[in-house]
Design a protein around this ligand. Structure first.
Ligand SMILES: [Zn+2]
Length: 415
C-alpha cells in the first residue's frame, strides 16, 4: 500500500473538523446503560466527554443545547464484529468509506470493531480521528493463522461450514514455525492494528491450540488482545484453553442444551462473547428469496444454526456468561443488519437485555468498557436519541433521530 496514495486520497474527503464539542441534551428519557432510567433528565458533554447525567435540568449546561422532546436518550450503539473494507481495498477509502461509514452514524452506531480488514482500515481510523472523515470510532483486528492450509480454502463461509458439522476426520494441519507467528504478531503491531484475530478450526491432533497460545502470549507482550472466531462448541472449548480476550461468535454448531459441562467451562472462562446470530438464520429479500449475510444464497445445509445459535446464547447467559455483546459479522448496511440481528436476539432475549447487549455488552466485546457503552461521567460523549422505548420494544432501536459522537452531532434525522 502506497502511503502517498492515501495522503492524496484524504484530500478529497472534505474538511469537516471533528473538534471535541460541548453539548447539553435536555428533556430526555435517559437510559444510561447501567440499568438506571431517568424519566426526565439531561446529559452534559464537555470536551467530548460526558460531564454529568442528571434528573431534571442540568446545574451547569455547556455548549449547544438539544431538546430531546421526551425521547429516549441512550449510549451510542456498538457493533463489535464487522468487516468494513469492501471491493478494491485501494479504492475503498476514497470512494466507498465516506458513504458507508456515515451509514453507521445514521443508524446510531458510534463504535465499530473491524474484526479483519486490510490496511486501509487503519488509514480510515486515522482520518476519522483527525477529523478528515466522518465515521464511528474504529477498533481494528488483523488475521493471524494458527495452522498451515490442509487443502484449498472452503468455498463456503467459514462461519457456517465448520468441519465439526461432520466427523472431524482428515489429517492434522501443518504447524506454523513459532518464529513466523512471533514475526506476524510484531508485524500486526507495527501496522497499527488493535487486536490479533484468530479463526480457530481445529484439526485432529493439529497445531492450532499451541499456536493460539503462542499468539495470546506474544500479543500480551506488545499490548494486543487476541480475539477468536470459534463457531462450534468443540472449537469454543479449545479456544478458551488459550485464554483469549474475546470470543467473537456465539457457538452455533453443537448443542449446549445437551452439554452442561461445556456450558460450565465456557462460562467459567469469563471471556466476553459477541452475538453474530444473524449470520446463521435466513433473511428474506424483496422477492422472498432466502438470503444470508451480504445477500448470498442461503446454505440450507446449515439451517440448524439458525436455532442453535440463539439457544446456545440464552443457555450461556442464563448460566452466568460474563458478558454478551452485539456484533454482526457482516458487510451489509448497518440498519438492515440491525433489523436482522434484532430478529434473532428477539427470539431469546428481552428488549431490556438487548439494550444492554448493544451498549455495555458490545463495549465489553471491544475491551473498552471504561470509555464507551454507558452514559457515565468521564466516558466519551457518544449518545443516541431514539423515537420510542427500546426497553419495551427492541425495534425502537431502528428509529434513531440524532447521533452524537464525542459531543458532536453526526446525524440528525429530517423532521
Ligand atoms: Zn467476521
Amino acid at each position: 500500500m502506497n502511503a502517498k496514495f492515501w495522503l492524496c486520497g484524504l484530500a478529497f474527503l472534505g474538511t469537516a473538523a471533528a473538534n471535541a464539542q460541548d453539548l447539553t441534551i435536555t428533556n430526555g428519557r435517559i437510559i444510561d446503560g447501567t440499568g438506571r432510567v431517568i424519566e426526565r433528565g439531561s446529559v452534559v458533554i464537555r470536551g467530548g466527554k460526558i460531564a454529568s447525567v442528571a434528573s431534571g435540568a442540568p446545574s451547569a449546561a455547556a455548549g449547544r443545547r438539544i431538546d430531546a422532546g421526551g425521547r429516549t436518550v441512550m449510549p451510542g450503539l456498538i457493533d463489535a464484529h464487522r468487516h468494513l473494507v469492501t471491493g478494491d481495498p485501494a479504492k475503498w477509502l476514497g470512494d466507498v468509506a465516506p458513504k458507508e461509514l456515515q451509514e453507521f452514524l445514521d443508524a446510531g452506531f458510534t463504535t465499530v470493531l473491524s474484526a479483519i480488514d486490510p490496511p486501509p482500515i487503519i488509514e480510515a481510523r486515522k482520518a476519522i480521528e483527525g477529523g478528515k472523515l466522518k465515521g464511528p470510532r474504529l477498533f481494528t483486528g488483523t488475521f493471524l493463522p494458527v495452522a498451515g492450509a490442509t487443502g484449498p480454502p472452503p468455498a463456503d463461509d467459514p462461519a457456517r461450514t465448520d468441519p465439526s458439522r461432520g466427523p472431524r476426520n482428515g489429517p492434522a494441519a501443518p504447524a506454523i514455525p513459532r518464529e513466523a507467528t512471533i514475526q506476524q504478531v510484531q508485524a500486526a503491531k507495527r501496522a497499527g492494528y488493535d487486536y490479533l484475530k484468530v479463526v480457530l478450526v481445529s484439526t485432529p491432533n493439529g497445531p492450532e491450540l499451541d499456536t493460539l497460545k503462542l499468539i495470546v502470549a506474544e500479543g500480551k507482550k506488545v499490548g494486543m488482545p487476541t480475539i477468536v472466531h470459534a463457531v462450534s462448541v468443540i472449537d469454543t472449548l479449545t479456544a478458551i484453553e488459550a485464554h483469549p480476550d474475546v470470543l467473537v461468535h456465539t457457538p452455533h454448531i453443537g448443542r449446549l442444551d445437551e452439554d452442561p459441562y461445556a456450558i460450565r467451562k465456557i462460562v467459567e472462562a469469563k471471556i466476553p462473547m459477541t452475538s453474530t446470530l444473524s449470520v446463521f438464520g435466513p433473511h428474506f429479500g424483496h422477492e422472498n428469496t432466502p438470503l444470508f449475510r451480504d445477500a448470498k444464497p442461503f446454505p440450507w445445509h446449515t439451517l440448524s444454526s439458525a436455532g442453535q445459535g440463539p439457544v446456545n446464547a440464552r443457555l450461556l447467559v442464563n448460566n452466568g456468561l460474563v458478558s454478551y455483546g452485539y456484533g454482526t459479522d457482516t458487510q451489509w448496511p448497518p440498519k438492515e443488519t440491525l433489523l436482522d440481528e434484532l430478529r434473532e436476539l428477539d427470539l431469546v432475549f428481552s428488549p431490556t437485555e438487548i439494550v444492554t447487549i448493544i451498549t455495555q455488552g458490545a463495549a465489553k466485546s471491544t475491551l473498552h468498557p471504561a470509555e464507551i457503552g454507558t452514559l457515565e461521567p468521564g466516558k466519551f460523549g457518544d449518545v443516541v436519541i431514539i423515537d420510542g422505548d427500546p426497553l419495551t420494544d427492541s425495534h425502537a432501536l431502528l428509529h434513531v433521530t440524532t447521533t452524537i459522537k464525542g459531543g458532536e452531532v453526526v446525524f440528525q434525522a429530517k423532521r
